[in-house]
Design a protein around this ligand. Structure first.
Ligand code: PLP
Length: 393
């Protein structure tokens, strides 16, 4: 039993860049009796979800779901479209780009991993140039993370598509939207992704546990000749079973109740409004960081993420010490610096079920934590954010 000192009243502030806070409506939806996943009620649920997922991904084509994390959905995108020894192109602009390449390598693919800068987006010009150099078309896929969760930098997905097209290269375009979908605009069809990868635990406001692939026609055609071993991840039996609202295995029934509710919430709010809300809260966060006299990791403001902000800690200070103080004193969880950023940044998640006052509380916790940790900063961050929030709607 916790002692009086250890007891925490009030709600924990989970402001990491995913998993995000699960709204009460979604929690209540999940808290229902599990039903027969081969019965008519379940089929209706699946069909309704699949229909709405198409709106969320911006596609008229297929969306498949797995009881998996985002990593499983990464693997699914690769094993369904590629053959052993195929070459894939990626750019080193963050930890998740790096991890996805690691999955590709362990599956036996040859990864062309171009050096990059973790403060920058993937550069469409570099993509075009690299593909033009590959005159024999040995590269079979380009892998890009839309919103790098480790850095808070957004890559221009539609522009990269145009760069691929300009190069005249037939490579597939595989896009990770794990921390952007449902928080920032993304359009699978219009932006020309061939496979879009996602997970349930961020913009979709669900617990972790569902992985997604949105699959365009070109990717479907590639899957018909792709030779990588696959069983559980194979799109074909899932798409076939999904036609009637079923799965070739036992799906995560209760998470699907939650997904149906979270999709209802996103549609009730309206996707344009959801994206505008995230943008405004992200802008307020950036005002706060500027008000503290600190720097965000993303160098080009045009590429700054609307779902998280990575804040650089001044030299000589450890971001993890600051996070620890903030967690212990204010019951607020912030994101850790990942990979080469460990100790140098903390990440403020501002995605999912979030409003002005949740963000204000979060920023207040950060400002107090900076003071307690004696990090040199100006005390204008919260004020700047509140002024911005008060002046904008
Ligand atoms: N891609 C991105 C952009 C992520 O942020 C994450 C996780 O945070 C992943 C992939 C991996 O997803 P998971 O941890 O659910 O396997």
């Amino acid at each position: 039993m916790p002692t009086a000192n250890e007891f925490k009243s009030g709600r924990h502030f989970l402001q990491i860049p995913g998993p995000s806070n699960v709204p009460d409506r979604v929690l209540r939806a999940i808290d229902q009796p599990t039903i027969d996943h081969r019965g008519p009620e379940f089929a209706a649920l699946t069909l309704e979800i699949l229909d709405r997922l198409k709106t969320l991904f911006g596609t008229r084509s297929h969306v498949v779901m797995y009881p998996s994390s985002g990593t499983g959905a990464w693997e699914a995108a690769l094993v369904n479209t590629l053959s052993p020894g195929d070459r894939v192109l990626a750019f080193d602009n963050g930890q998740f780009a790096t991890l996805w390449c690691g999955v590709a390598q362990r599956l036996g693919l040859e990864v062309v991993f171009e050096p990059g800068d973790w403060r920058e987006a993937v550069d469409p010009v570099a993509v075009e140039q690299r593909l033009r150099e590959d005159q024999n078309h040995t590269i079979k896929a380009v892998m890009v993370v839309h919103n790098e969760t480790s850095t808070g930098v957004v890559s221009p997905i539609a522009e990269i598509r145009r760069a691929i097209d300009r190069s005249g290269h037939p490579a597939l375009y595989l896009v990770d939207t794990v921390s952007s979908l449902g928080s920032m605009e993304f359009r699978h069809d219009d932006w020309g992704a061939d496979v879009t990868v996602c997970g349930s635990q961020k913009g979709m406001m669900l617990p972790p546990g569902i992985g997604f692939n949105a699959i365009g026609e070109k990717a479907i055609r590639a899957s018909e000749t792709a030779k990588m071993s696959k069983a559980y991840w194979d799109w074909a039996p899932i798409i076939k079973n999904n036609e009637h609202g079923f799965f070739p295995y036992t799906p995560s029934t209760n998470l699907l109740y939650g997904l149906c509710e979270s999709l209802t919430m996103l549609m009730e709010e309206g996707l344009d409004h959801v994206f505008a809300r995230h943008h405004r809260l992200a802008e307020a966060t950036r005002h706060a960081v500027a008000g503290w006299g600190l720097e965000i990791l993303c160098r080009n403001p045009a590429n700054a993420s609307d779902s998280l902000t990575a804040v650089i800690v001044p030299d000589g200070y450890d971001a993890d010490d600051i996070r620890k103080i903030i967690l212990e004193r204010f019951d607020l969880s912030l994101g850790v610096g990942l990979g080469q950023l460990a100790g140098n940044v903390f990440r403020i998640g501002h995605l999912g079920d979030l409003n002005d006052l949740t963000l204000a509380g979060t920023l207040a916790g950060v400002e107090m934590g900076l003071a307690i940790a004696q990090v040199p900063h100006e005390k204008n961050g919260v004020t700047a954010a509140l002024d911005y929030l008060a002046q904008t709607t």
